[in-house]
Design a protein around this ligand. Structure first.
Ligand code: SAH
Ligand code: SF4
Ligand code: F3S
Length: 466
């Protein structure tokens, strides 16, 4: 009996941990935060916390927050306010605020919401267990000092069983004049190629098929690593990393984000075209179509350079999909400068564009400038821009019609359980029936050739060939 039990514990070591309560994580913001939340969920589970059925039942609530625009920050306060009230009747409830609002506000958050137990910035994500141990004696903890990000030894609890995020560089050394990221995410810190390789090998052995390498400015990968600093040799760039991890068995697709036009090289484009697992989708924000605005944003490239990058990509990968981010109503933006942004979208034809009206952020230069644009104009420009983006996406999607595309199945369509949901190599969301015309059944992780019949602005539908 004892032998049997110890065998069982070996197979499932989680059983050895006592259940110490339930947790609930709400994630705001970008892919970086999503990846961080998965790692924190892994830490909590390794400590013996279990995922709660609902937020209101949880013993520990963690908000992983975003402050990229003012409305993102305000949303966090409204969520937190509700839980803070709840704590008056459930004093054992642990309230944690992590991520970018936590870093930006630090101690001030404790004054604003005294019910908080822990305020932790993004550089402290992998220290969650230590920090939680510190609050156990009733102490409030603020962890926002600059920190070297340790390798995470716990296993992330990933939302998908097929696609995984892999952080390769933390932080950002750029100084775009509108952007709060460098002040909340800190200086660039690249992970060692060996650590990244090991993580991807593990993911492959768990059955993951697709990985997305993550960084706020992924093209900066490696420039802080000792090899490059000491010798100046370019052997640790993103391009080198793609070559280095490419052949890991079991991984079928490799993606990366976010690219910065200033550092996007021909060598990288060539590698993407040559390496079969690297998918033909590029997320390269251009922010504005006007050179004066780009200059005042501190982006360090011209729109001509951006167009050259896109044409080089399309020369080598004619079917590539391109997405971008754009900001309208940046301080001083004239109507004609704004129209240049629209023209770039019309001319280049984007598959998707994330749009935003400029929002002044704390500790950023542009927030202090006198030439701010009125709310009214912001709303008007954003509405017009969004219409164009939707029309363009629909037009771009037309090229998929009657074509066959390889789709990696991620799961069932949440709105129709007779259909599967996955993505093309170009990152288009695609739906098709669970059972193919010749009787085949498909499951998550399968690569399926789908004949595309219907196109919408943001998704495709079709039928599998088998
Ligand atoms: N590192 C990426 C983007 C990071 S933030 C890059 O360099 O492009 C994601 C997007 O949010 C940005 O691309 C930008 O379009 C938008 N954004 C950032 N700060 C903003 C602000 N103050 N107001 C409006 N949009 C902003
Ligand atoms: Fe922000 Fe610019 Fe860094 Fe992107 S590159 S995160 S926009 S400062
Ligand atoms: Fe938001 Fe922080 Fe990402 S501010 S966009 S969550 S880096």
């Amino acid at each position: 009996m004892l032998n049997q039990l110890s065998e069982e514990l070996k197979i499932n070591p989680a059983k050895t941990r006592p259940n110490i309560g339930s947790y609930w994580i709400t994630t705001f913001g970008c892919q970086m935060n999503k990846a961080d939340s998965e790692r924190m969920a892994g830490t909590l589970e390794s400590m013996g916390y279990q995922k709660a059925e609902a937020e209101l039942e949880a013993d520990l609530i963690l908000y992983n927050t975003c402050t990229i625009r003012d409305n993102a920050e305000q949303k966090v306060y409204s969520y937190l306010g509700r839980q803070a009230k709840r704590k008056h009747n459930s004093p054992h409830l642990k309230l944690v605020i992590a991520g970018c609002v936590a870093q930006q506000e630090g101690e001030a958050l404790l004054r604003r919401i005294p019910e908080l137990d822990l305020v932790m910035g993004p550089q402290h994500i992998n220290r969650l267990e230590t920090l939680l141990n510190q609050i156990d004696n009733g102490q409030q903890v603020v962890a926002t000092d600059e920190n070297y990000i340790l390798e995470d030894l716990t296993t992330a609890r990933r939302d998908s069983k097929v696609c995984a995020w892999v952080n390769v560089i933390y932080g950002c050394n750029e100084r775009c004049t509108y952007c709060v990221v460098p002040s909340v995410r800190g200086k660039e810190q690249s992970r060692l190629p060996e650590a990244i390789h090991l993580e991807i090998e593990r993911l492959a052995s768990l059955g993951f098929k697709e990985i997305t390498l993550l960084g706020q400015n992924i093209d900066a990968y490696g420039r802080d690593l000792p090899g490059i600093k000491a010798t100046g040799r370019r052997e640790n760039t993103l391009t080198d990393l793609l070559h280095y991890i490419h052949d890991i068995e079991g991984i079928e697709r490799i993606r990366f984000a976010t690219s910065h036009p200033r550092y996007f090289t021909n060598r990288l484009i060539k590698a993407c075209a040559e390496l079969p697992k690297v998918c033909e989708h590029f997320h390269i924000p251009f922010q504005s179509g006007d050179n004066e605005i780009l200059k005042s944003m501190g982006r360090g490239y011209t729109i001509e350079k951006y167009k050259r990058i896109i044409s080089q990509i399309r020369d080598l990968m004619p079917k590539a999909s391109i997405s971008a981010d754009v900001i309208v109503a940046f301080p001083g933006e004239t109507r004609s400068q704004y129209q240049s942004t629209l023209s770039v979208i019309k001319e280049l034809g984007f598959d998707q564009v994330n749009t935003a009206a400029y929002s002044p952020r704390p500790n950023t230069p542009a927030a202090k400038w006198g030439n701010q644009i009125s709310e009214e104009i912001k709303v008007e420009r954003l509405r017009e821009l969004n219409n164009l983006v939707e029309l363009t996406a629909k037009r771009m999607n037309e090229r998929y019609k009657n074509e066959i595309h390889e789709v990696l199945v991620e799961g069932l369509n949440p709105k129709d359980q007779t259909q599967l949901m996955g993505r093309t190599r170009t990152n288009r969301l695609t739906f098709f029936p669970v059972q193919g015309p010749k009787g085949c059944f498909y499951k998550p992780g399968d690569l399926v050739n789908v004949y595309i019949e219907t196109v919408r602005p943001f998704s495709l539908s079709g039928t599998s060939l088998k």
